[in-house]
Design a protein around this ligand. Sequence first.
Ligand code: CDP
Ligand code: CDP
Length: 223
Amino acid sequence: MIAIDGPTASGKGTVASRVAGQLGWHLLDSGALYRLTALACLEQGIAADDVGRAAAAAQALDVRFGDGTVAMSGRDVSADIRREDVGSLASQVATLAPVRAALLERQRAFRAAPGLVADGRDMGTVVFPDADLKIFLVASAEARAQRRYKQLIEKGFSANLLTLLRDLEARDARDTQRALAPLAAAHDALVLDSSHLTIDETVAQVMAWWHERWHQRAASRGA
Ligand code: CDP
Ligand code: CDP
């Protein structure tokens, strides 16, 4: 079990998916579950502070993850959940305890042989505290805003770099300051700053740490 946590646009999703691909493991994009809850709230007219209905929406999610796609109630919502308004509402509903509780077991159910790579905010601290390897992936706010800008433009969305930087800093503040499962490195996480690393270099570092951990475990089992 490998847990990768970090702030928005630090590269968690890309790196988790590449590592899972190299190892032939399952993948959990936990942020997608919060985004799906937010999208369901938007579509059903549920306000961000309507705790009961937001939690009911999280509980009732009918989700199917495909190869890089996500379907909600049989409809492909892969592009919709990446919208910035959905991301912003996701970070608001993510502060609600009943919403987090509703999504907890759903996330744990992804753990299966031969292994799982999960990315999010609290993978190493709350959802999988016994993960074999925990990575806390960071990058400067400027690098992350640039990456998000490029990503949105490439997908055909319009975007403004300064607005993105401001929204990203607001989301960082909300994610790190909330009382419940705040964004924080687990005490046993390895911190990786990817501000000046390419995706390949970041993936290579995670794989190197995984192999190191694997050999340490094998050596201690043999001792
Ligand atoms: O999942 P998270 O929000 O942390 O980030 P992501 O969606 O995986 O990455 C955001 C964007 O940054 C993607 O377009 C990645 O290709 C890009 N990226 C990068 O340019 N350099 C890296 N070292 C990591 C990600
Ligand atoms: O792609 P990006 O990093 O911007 O966000 P995401 O991972 O898709 O998550 C969207 C929002 O869901 C985050 O801003 C968090 O507030 C929340 N989230 C969370 O609270 N716990 C997680 N394990 C994953 C996401």
